[in-house]
Design a protein around this ligand. Structure first.
Ligand SMILES: C[S@@+](CC[C@H](N)C(=O)[O-])C[C@H]1O[C@@H](n2cnc3c(N)ncnc32)[C@H](O)[C@@H]1O
Length: 211
């Protein structure tokens, strides 16, 4: 079973998300194991300090290397994936590569990010979820995990869901419709109501848009 361990200052965010939808179902069916490591527990001193001011000055605080080093060393995951805005952009190729590892630490940053030395020592991958900066690595970690988990065999009720999915074969998914047949003068394409499976398949293929 694939095991993913999120190292974070906010494990509650991840624990809450674990109770929802496909992720919850995958955990229940023992198709994936998701753990959290609370970085605060590895903080230094009475106040469990995990961050400090940057050398050379500047705004914000930086995550200190020592608590992260100890948190990472407390797990025996095969690889360490750091979530960073400057990392490799997540795409299907990178996703498939990451799926080949059975155990992964996903390390979520906060504040001004990681002391560079922790990346130098421990980083196997730096992954970015997009060309924009958000406040923490927890949402990027959940984003990456959802993308990984739905590709684990057995997780999606219908494996065909992956067949025509956006980004497969460099295409976007075809448009989808549900009831009612007409909504505000807009009708569902006739062929989808025809019951002719061959024509429907053909329509789906023809409506996959090039990226
Ligand atoms: C406020 S950001 C740090 C930004 C950093 N000063 C910079 O400009 O690169 C805090 C943390 O959020 C996470 N993060 C923010 N944007 C991200 C993105 N696009 N992809 C992955 N992680 C991101 C990272 O873990 C990062 O360490």
């Amino acid at each position: 079973m694939n095991t993913y361990n999120v190292i974070t200052l906010f494990p509650n965010l991840i624990e809450e998300w674990k109770n929802i939808g496909i992720v919850r179902q995958a955990i229940k069916n023992q198709l994936v194991n998701i753990q959290t490591t609370n970085l605060r527990e590895f903080g230094i001193g009475e106040y469990k300090q995990v961050d400090d001011a940057p050398y050379g000055g500047g705004p914000g605080m930086v995550l200190m290397p020592e608590p992260l080093d100890n948190a990472i060393n407390s797990s025996n995951s095969e690889i360490n994936v750091f979530l960073t805005p400057s990392g490799e952009q997540l795409d299907e190729t990178l996703l498939i590569e990451l799926l080949s590892f059975k155990t992964i630490n996903l390390i979520a940053g906060r504040y001004e990010g990681f002391d560079q030395r922790i990346l130098d020592i421990h980083s196997d991958y730096e992954v970015s979820i997009g060309h924009t900066v958000i406040s923490g690595g927890e949402v990027p970690a959940m984003y990456l995990l959802e993308a990984l988990i739905r590709r684990i065999p057995g997780v999606l009720g219908n494996p065909d869901s992956l067949k025509y999915e956006t980004f497969n074969d460099n295409k976007y998914d075809f448009p989808v419709y549900t009831r009612p047949e007409t909504f505000k003068n807009l009708s569902v394409p006739e062929v989808l109501l025809s019951g002719n499976h061959k024509d429907i398949e053909e329509w789906k293929k023809n409506n996959l848009k090039d990226i």
